[in-house]
Ligand binder design. Sequence first.
Ligand SMILES: CC(C)(COP(=O)(O)OP(=O)(O)OC[C@H]1O[C@@H](n2cnc3c(N)ncnc32)[C@H](O)[C@@H]1OP(=O)(O)O)[C@@H](O)C(=O)NCCC(=O)NCCS
Length: 166
Amino acid sequence: MSINITKVKYYPELAEVAELADKIWHEFFVSILSGGQIDYMVEKFQSLNAMTEQIENQRYSYFAVREDGELIGYIGMKPEQDDRFFLSKLYLRSDKRGRGTASLMMKRVFEEAVKSGKNRVYLTVNKHNDHAVAVYKKIGFSIIDDVVTDIGSGYVMDDYIMEYTL
Ligand SMILES: CC(C)(COP(=O)(O)OP(=O)(O)OC[C@H]1O[C@@H](n2cnc3c(N)ncnc32)[C@H](O)[C@@H]1OP(=O)(O)O)[C@@H](O)C(=O)NCCC(=O)NCCS
């Protein structure tokens, strides 16, 4: 297998990422969140409109993860105003998990953070997402805090904040 991770630059590719995000979120989060919350969060954070706005106004970058040309995952990230880099999204298609690809994806995140002159990478992860928490710990992240975020329409995100010092 040949994995390539490239920055998403064009509208058709971002539309492809939005389609994959919709599939992964509805497949993965059913055991953690209600269907209504998944629909709401996909529209608010991962729809084509939402990601376009993040890229244009919030300094986000999205990266496409391809295996032999096929889109199998994506990463979202952005530099903060301080010395931190925010890993916002790290997602792989279910049939492509468990092969070490997340480590390659994280390597790319760290490279982008260094390029931006940052010293720390942080992320938020749902407290019940045991696998992701274990992967992040294995890679070297530590839980530094937890936070409950009101995202509107009666929904909240109940997350750990994890951080890695570069
Ligand atoms: C989170 C996600 C991207 C991780 O990808 P993955 O393919 O499952 O993880 P990998 O197989 O690449 O594992 C990464 C590293 O963690 C290690 N690891 C995996 N599971 C582990 C566990 N339960 N305990 C300890 N280490 C573990 C692997 O050995 C690997 O380390 P290595 O490269 O040094 O061998 C993927 O599971 C996913 O998309 N999940 C659904 C969406 C999600 O939860 N996204 C994150 C939201 S915050």
